[in-house]
Write a protein that binds this ligand. Structure first.
Ligand code: PBG
Length: 334
């Protein structure tokens, strides 16, 4: 180790101008790091604001196509689709999840017609489809793991058949990655990518998302704590991720991002597969709300939050800021 001492070493020399800082920067955000989550609704020419996520809207399929156009123009190569179902489509079992003509499948087929290159990621979880808002099947107040897995497998096959490129199980049932992988192998979907929400914490930061997809508002005091991870744990994240990789996940995800950067950092160093992070709805709303009040400088905090996630080790980031940031990056003003 070279002994660096003042004044032969003055670290401020390399901070003197923006061009020097840019050349020596260790972390850089790229357009290819960004994944854009989009909310889909029924109807034509429809858009609905989401109260708790100012600036984010739900769109009918024809409008989603316009957003795909924007994604392509800005160079965003991956989008993630989340449906908000009409109430009469929901039931106790979330059975519309494996209806091949459901909202999300129709949306996938339409996008693939016009934007075959755009990579579509879809959640595998029952919460938008169940009338109780849980990710799984519930009996006597208990979420049934194995019975839920049977439905998740059917949902994953339905999404694959519709043309989705990446399925993202976000339900946190045990063993579901292995079951889905086996079903894919047995049904000719050998190239389907599984992005596992492997370390998904039981987080209050998902509040605005549940508003956006109209799920989980009836969850009661236990919330999703019997299946999502306890925020107090980090060793458990390693177990979750090891299991999911062994069961056949291609990519793993940590979620939320900002309060869990220690997990992103550990996991991205420990495992040799891509590690994504999700800057979730609550993180989005928090930054936007403070900026709207004039308490934070919006563009600067967005950039800093994303750079922080990348610096921690994320390979790519789900963020509702994706179109905005992609545009700035493209215009060279990031
Ligand atoms: C559903 C799901 C959730 C999110 C992504 N998929 C919510 C939850 O588990 O309650 C959260 C995304 C966000 O907050 O932006 N399984």
């Amino acid at each position: 180790m070279i002994k660096r001492q003042f004044p032969s070493t003055r670290l401020r020399r390399l901070r003197r101008t923006e061009s020097i800082r840019s050349v020596i920067s260790e972390t850089n955000l790229l357009i290819s790091d960004l994944i854009w989550p989009l909310f889909v609704i029924e109807g034509k020419n429809q858009k609905q604001p989401i109260k708790s996520m100012p600036g984010v809207e739900r769109y009918s399929i024809d409008k989603i196509l316009q957003k795909c156009e924007i994604a392509s123009l800005h160079g965003i190569s991956m989008i993630a689709l989340f449906p908000k179902l009409e109430e009469d489509k929901k039931d106790r079992f979330g059975s519309d999840a494996y209806n091949s003509n459901n909202l999300i499948c129709r949306c996938i087929r339409e996008i693939k017609k016009y934007f075959p290159e755009l990579i579509i990621i879809c959640d595998v979880a029952l919460d938008p489809y169940t009338d109780h808002g849980h990710d799984g099947i519930i009996e006597n107040d208990i979420i049934l793991n194995d019975k839920t897995n049977d439905s998740l497998v059917k949902q994953a096959l339905t999404l694959a058949t519709a043309g989705c490129d990446i399925v993202a199980p976000s339900d946190m049932m045990d063993g579901r990655i292995g079951k889905i992988r086996t079903a894919f192998e047995n049904n000719g979907f050998v190239d389907m990518i599984i992005l596992s929400y492997a370390a998904k914490y039981a987080s209050a930061f998902y509040g605005p998302f549940r508003d956006a997809v109209g799920a989980g508002l009836l969850l009661g005091s236990k919330g999703k704590t019997t299946y999502q991870m306890d925020p107090r744990n980090s060793l458990e994240a390693i177990s979750e991720i090891s299991l999911d990789i062994n069961e056949g996940a291609d990519i793993i995800m940590i979620k939320p991002a900002m309060p869990y950067l220690d997990i992103v950092s550990q996991i991205s160093k420990k495992f040799q597969i891509p590690c994504f992070a999700y800057q979730v709805s609550g993180e989005y709303s928090m930054l936007v709300a403070a900026s709207k009040n004039g308490w934070l400088s919006e563009d600067d905090v967005i950039k800093e939050s994303l750079i922080g996630i990348k610096r921690a080790g994320a390979t790519a980031i789900f963020t509702y800021f994706a179109p905005k940031i992609a545009k700035s990056l493209k215009d060279g003003i990031f």
